[in-house]
Every structure is written in structure tokens, then in C-alpha cells.
Design a protein. Structure first.
Length: 234
């Protein structure tokens, strides 16, 4: 579904991504792990069209995305749930979700989509008339993911959805993502919850200093000595 081939990205004169190649298959759950500053968010921004690679190619369902603006990339079905949630705090929960169905296609089935989100996150249905800014951190993350689902993504990209959550809530959130994947949603995840993420993901990439350092099945990477030392403290 998604294919990156030797992608390079600069921030001004500083290179952030070096010759990154990766793939995400349809209905697959792929995770990118790595230390802070490794370039993980920049990589998602390049896929979303927010930043432009200096070289290399990004393809989605066989179509090159070079030069395609972000709103057109969204229309093609690539939806990003950004780090920090970026909800609209002074709007109601229901209004935030409706904003996710802004594109013409998803707008037609917004009623069905919002019911799906409420089934996935019953707390949001209970708080649908509450201002989003008054929600807890975990509830705001549910809202951010729900808003992304309202766009009916073919590929859902999530940037640190467990950041700031308690360990219990983080595990529950990753479990929800696993459920979504089992329901047919293709997922590309960035996560600092290395242990739990590698347990549920099908494949993973390790990004270090803007380069792919390792790749493989999630369970296999859990057994890698470097991963265990660097990320799990084992």
C-alpha cells in the first residue's frame, strides 16, 4: 500500500532523514521505534506532504505522491493523528469528530462513522456534548483517534498516541489499535511504548539518526540484543 524508496528530508541545511526505504502492506500493522530526535515525526510529515523530501520517492497504492499537497493526500486516504492530539478544545466532542468528516467522501457517511467511533470509545458518546478541552488526557487521545477514523482512512498514521498516558491507559490504547487493525484498518504507528508495540505489531522498523537501523517482525525484534539493551533496559 505504502512504499518509500531512499527518501531524504532536510530541515533547512540540516538533514533529518537519510535514504529511508520502508513498506506498509494493506491491512498491515507496522511500527516505527527509535529515540527522540531520530526523525520519526519528520518521516510521517513527509508521507503526509507537510514536508517535502529532497530526493527519493513515496508511493501510495502505486501512485507517486511527489508534489501532491497535504489535503489531496488526505483525500487519497492517508490520515495522520498528530503527536499532542491537536484537538479543538473550545468545540464539543461531537463537533471535533464532525471535523474529521470534512472531506466530501467521508461527509456522506458521517452519521455511520460517528456511531462506529462511539462503539469503539463509549466514553466519547457519554461526553459528546462536553467541551473537548475539559476531557482527560486519555479521553482527548480517544477523541484524536476517533476524529482520524471519521475520515475513513485507508492508512491511519499515529504519532505517539500513548504519550503522557499512564501505563495502564497506554496498554489499553494499543489494544484498541490492534482491534482496529483486526477490523481491516492499515496502521503505521510511532510509539515509545517499545515493548507493548512490538508485541502487537506485525513488522517494525528502528529509526536512529534519521536512518533505518533494523527492521523485521515485531516478536523477532523483541529478541534482538541491541533492542533489549537500548530500549527495554534488559
Amino acid at each position: 500500500m505504502l512504499k518509500l524508496n531512499k527518501v531524504n528530508v532536510f530541515h533547512g541545511k540540516l538533514q533529518a532523514i537519510w535514504d529511508v526505504s520502508l513498506e506498509v502492506g494493506e491491512r498491515e500493522f507496522v511500527t516505527i521505534i527509535g529515540p527522540n530526535g531520530a526523525g520519526k515525526t519528520t518521516l510521517l510529515m513527509a508521507i503526509s506532504g507537510v514536508v517535502k523530501p529532497s530526493s527519493g520517492s513515496i508511493e501510495f497504492q502505486g501512485e507517486r505522491l511527489g508534489g501532491v499537497p497535504p489535503h489531496r493526500i488526505c483525500e487519497k486516504g492517508i490520515i495522520q493523528v498528530p503527536e499532542g492530539r491537536k484537538i479543538f478544545p473550545l468545540m464539543k466532542v461531537s463537533e471535533n469528530l464532525e471535523m474529521g468528516a470534512y472531506l466530501p467522501g467521508p461527509r456522506k457517511s458521517a452519521k455511520d462513522s460517528i456511531e462506529r467511533v462511539y462503539q469503539l470509545f463509549p466514553t466519547l458518546k457519554e461526553r459528546q456534548n462536553q467541551l473537548a478541552g475539559t476531557l482527560s488526557g486519555g479521553e482527548q487521545q480517544m477523541l484524536a483517534i476517533g476524529r482520524g477514523l471519521m475520515s475513513q482512512p485507508k492508512l491511519l498514521m499515529l504519532d505517539e498516541p500513548t504519550l503522557g498516558l499512564s501505563p495502564k491507559l497506554a496498554i489499553e490504547m494499543l489494544g484498541t489499535l490492534k482491534l482496529l487493525n483486526e477490523q481491516g484498518v492499515t496502521i503505521l504507528l510511532i510509539s515509545q511504548e517499545v515493548l507493548q508495540s512490538l508485541k502487537i505489531t506485525q513488522r517494525a522498523y528502528v529509526l536512529e539518526n534519521g536512518r533505518i537501523a533494523l527492521e523485521g517482525a515485531g516478536e523477532k525484534l523483541l529478541q534482538n540484543e541491541d533492542i533489549r539493551k537500548s530500549y527495554l533496559g534488559l
